[in-house]
Design a binder for this molecule. Sequence first.
Ligand code: FAD
Length: 457
Amino acid sequence: MADIHALLSEIVGDSNLFAGDSIHEDYTRDEALGVAPVRPAFLAKPASTDEVARIIAAANEHRVPVTARGSGTGLSGACVPQPDGILISFERMSRILEIDTENHIAVVEPGVTLEQLNAETAKHGLVYPVFPGEQSASLGGNVATNAGGMRAIKYGVTRHQVLGLTAVLGTGETITTGGKFVKSTSGYDLTQLIIGSEGTLAIATQAILKLYPRAPHAATLLAPFRSLDEITKAVPKIVTSGVDPMILEYIDFVAMAGILNNAGLDLGITDEIKQSALAYLVVVLEDRKPERLQEDIEEVGMLIDSLGALEIYSLSPTAGQQLIEAREKVFWSAKAAGVNDIIDLVVPRASISDYIQKVTAAAQESGSFLVGCGHVGDGNVHMSVIQADDAKRAELMETIFRLGTEMGGAVSGEHGIGTEKRRYFLAHTSPESLALQRRIKAAFDPAGILNPGVLFD
Ligand SMILES: Cc1cc2nc3c(=O)[nH]c(=O)nc-3n(C[C@H](O)[C@H](O)[C@H](O)COP(=O)(O)OP(=O)(O)OC[C@H]3O[C@@H](n4cnc5c(N)ncnc54)[C@H](O)[C@@H]3O)c2cc1C
């Protein structure tokens, strides 16, 4: 350990290297509920790809585990370090290197936050369209978790926006992948392998991102329904109508009550509607032209009305934005309310209603409670699990993931596996697929130093 301390100090300098108790508590955890904090042996803050590569080469030689950390907003325990390991944090690699307005590209270092990038792209009338609920998250973390968020129905998720990476492998070798182009058939797509790998294959030190023209006008419709089933049946019809919604969310009545209450929002929903509505659909559209937006909003309004909405609220731009912001904060209110776990399982979007009915019945049987909302356009179900008894909760969680994967779904739609969902990922992925994934891991990181314990045990 003395050797590695001296090497790290030589690479990043003493003022950017922390050890033992001098490492702030923030670096010991992410936002996953119930994750046990771990203080790493070292916290290093490199300033360049070269410094990252040298740290990893040294760690590889001394067989010391390395965990990358962005902003620590992850929900799966994936940036929690090892007690004998090095945590690499990217505060000193947080520059937007380029906004290329001709190619609609941003080149960023991993520590750049979504908030920072959004402010910069706005100056150019452009947007990076991935908006997961927490804007303090870093682009490095977004790449590693393949972050999604509410706008995925229109723009896709992080993997659809990353055109290239600079990344350091577990050996300390640096590779560059992709480039400022949207197509390439030139060997294996290493960019896509690294995206979503949760820091287990390589450490990203630069990313080339796709940008889009920023639509200046947006409108929000809120529609209460008698059942979630009606909402899931409405969704394909909205999608195939061609209006291209930017956001399609469902919020169940309990989550909606919490959202309105916590944000102090009054959207004019009457008590009568509140008593009859079991779920709410939120539709957000955007456009360059206000008159086109108005036409589309009217069309969606009529469609939703014909599909059984109890009422349709056309929200003012301010109220629409407040509702979306309050929805993004739902995790914090769930956490404050003491929920025991959260899931972000994904199923084919037509199966959401069936899935929720089945897991709700399983929860009732075990005396548990499920409450939630989700990206209904993507089949991504966000649910809080309320069951304080560990054994009962473990059994229910197993059922929740079994039912979802049996319906053709996957354990996580966007938060990732980390350590917290690892047992379900391992239980519900085929042995052949796991064996191949382990071989891929070994090719990128032969000594297994990159984020051990995440994805695999
Ligand atoms: C209130 C709230 C709402 C959220 N809403 C959403 C949502 O709607 N959609 C969604 O997808 N997520 C959501 N999240 C989860 C979280 O914001 C995302 O997972 C985000 O991508 C994590 O980014 P981060 O910078 O905080 O990463 P961290 O938590 O620091 O790390 C996450 C993972 O990335 C790895 N990593 C970090 N930097 C690098 C790097 N440079 N190279 C390689 N690996 C790296 C870490 O090792 C870890 O495996 C939400 C979180 C909160 C707290």
